[in-house]
Design a protein around this ligand. Structure first.
Ligand SMILES: Cc1cc2nc3c(=O)[nH]c(=O)nc-3n(C[C@H](O)[C@H](O)[C@H](O)COP(=O)(O)OP(=O)(O)OC[C@H]3O[C@@H](n4cnc5c(N)ncnc54)[C@H](O)[C@@H]3O)c2cc1C
Length: 441
């Protein structure tokens, strides 16, 4: 085995998927998480986004399928999660126009985030060399020479004695609240620059019973925000048990209200009242919950000259993108896929890892952070390069084209789901179609 003991901080999606990859190359893998893992799929404090909509991109689903044989069957057969034919059972409105219906040849499943995490965790923990220590918080790293050689942990909520877990590889997958930067600083390392782009977008989300009378031809309905003018959007996703999870979002600090009347009124203000019409007589099942911490943040570890070896940082802990674009779990999976390729080649160099995931993360960043820059109120702490500006303008043109030309709709959906590379959208034929579509309605 390449490694004796690998320790993963954080048992969210990024942590679980990196642990899965490590399980093939380490004698023992230990995941630590400060939360108590629930017996049943339910939201937990360490993943507050668990109550909100989580779209699983097709590429993410494909990777789960490769890593966890039987998981797709479980989702399809036993989980009750609705299967969605993308393009046929999804309805997306952009720039006040519905995308045409197109058979994209792809499907995914609608799953609550806690449900998906629960299935992945159960499949992972069937592996004998993977252990999960819950209610265990990482409170520091152990530095030995030029390497990180372990994690200092403390039990929660009791605290008690600090316990050190020696490890020959440490992966930080502790998400947005990662403490690695402060641990590195304390140990005398220079910190990476952090690029932040913030559209000040807020969510308000509620569960409903799907009315028996609802005769819908969609399983995902999404009225997207369309910059610069239309700063509001909303969605309904059909879930197992004939339930709808509905969200409304507002950018530029136009946060949706969390009282019943305000929530519905916000839905009514969208360019098409379909979400309001669907919900107004539906039975609410929960309170309305909000989420506002949605900025895009990238810690540029790939640009640092000096880093301790054997420390990898991944998932949202290194790069988080505005969640409204539905990318984070697939981004985490693709980061784990990079690790897999490097371990398969016997490579244990974190700087090569950071450079490789930077390339992967850039695809997500261009779509999310780039998209957010189209709103006039968005803040950006770094200047945009001319190339980024051109790419952003072209991506907006693709979005407009995707509601006017079926071939663009097809290509856009496949790139959006990370099944086809983004270069598909740059091919001369596609470029022409996108440009032609700008003048038509
Ligand atoms: C509102 C919202 C909606 C979203 N919608 C989507 C979507 O539609 N599709 C999609 O793909 N993604 C979506 N995302 C993003 C997605 O949730 C994450 O990007 C993805 O799950 C990867 O997160 P992660 O594992 O890196 O971090 P997290 O999910 O934040 O997990 C971090 C884990 O680390 C643990 N932890 C933290 N600190 C410590 C510590 N010191 N010691 C031990 N454990 C610790 C936490 O308890 C937690 O379990 C959404 C996010 C938000 C906020």
């Amino acid at each position: 085995m390449l490694l004796k003991h690998a320790c993963v901080i954080g048992g969210g999606m990024a942590g679980l998927l990196h642990a899965r990859v490590l399980a093939d190359y380490a004698e023992q893998v230990t995941i630590i998480d400060r939360d108590q893992m629930p017996e049943q799929p339910e939201p937990r404090p360490g993943v507050p986004q668990g109550t909100h909509i989580h779209y699983l991109m097709v590429r993410g689903l494909q990777l789960l399928d490769e890593w966890f044989p039987g998981l797709r069957d479980e989702i399809e057969r036993d989980s009750g999660a609705p299967r969605v034919q993308i393009g046929l059972q999804t309805r997306y409105m952009l720039y006040q126009t519905w995308q045409p219906s197109v058979d994209t040849g792809m499907h995914t499943y609608v799953l609550e985030r806690p449900h998906l995490e629960d299935m992945v965790r159960r499949h992972l923990l069937t592996r004998e060399n993977v252990k999960l220590l819950d209610r265990t918080e990482a409170v520091d790293l152990v530095f030995g020479g030029d390497n990180v050689s372990g994690v200092v942990t403390r039990k929660r909520p009791s605290g008690g004695e600090a316990v050190t877990l020696p490890a020959d590889l440490v992966i930080d997958a502790s998400g947005r609240g990662s403490k690695t930067m402060s641990w590195l600083e304390k140990a005398g390392y220079a910190l990476p620059q952090t690029h932040t782009i913030d559209a000040k977008l807020g969510y308000a989300t509620r569960w409903y019973a799907k009315p028996e009378s609802a005769n819908t031809d969609w399983r995902i309905l999404y009225v997207l925000t369309s910059p610069p003018a239309q700063t509001r959007g909303g969605a309904i996703l059909e879930h197992r048990g004939a339930r709808w999870l509905s969200t409304v979002v507002g950018t530029n600090g136009d946060y949706p209200p969390t009282d019943e009347a305000g929530f519905l009124e916000f839905a009514r203000s969208l360019p098409d009242p379909v979400i309001y019409e669907s919900l107004k007589d539906a039975q609410p099942l929960t309170d309305i919950v909000s989420f506002r911490n949605t900025s895009n943040r990238w810690h540029a570890f790939e640009k640092l000259d000096r880093l301790p070896g054997r420390l990898y940082i991944t998932g949202d802990a290194v790069c988080e993108v505005n969640p409204v674009y539905g990318q984070g779990m697939t981004k985490a999976a693709l980061n784990a896929s990079v690790l897999q390729q490097q371990l398969a080649a016997g490579l244990l160099d974190n700087r090569v890892f950071f450079r490789a995931i930077a390339k992967v993360n850039d695809n997500f960043w261009q779509a999310a952070a780039g998209g957010d820059l189209n709103y006039p109120g968005t803040t950006n702490n770094q200047p945009e390069t001319p190339i980024e500006r051109v790419m952003r303008a072209y991506l907006s043109a693709v979005l407009r084209g995707s509601v006017r030309d079926q071939r663009v709709t097809y290509a856009f959906n496949r790139v959006l789901n990370m099944v086809d590379p983004s270069t598909t959208l740059m091919m001369p034929g596609m470029l022409l179609r996108v440009l032609r579509a700008q003048g038509t309605r």
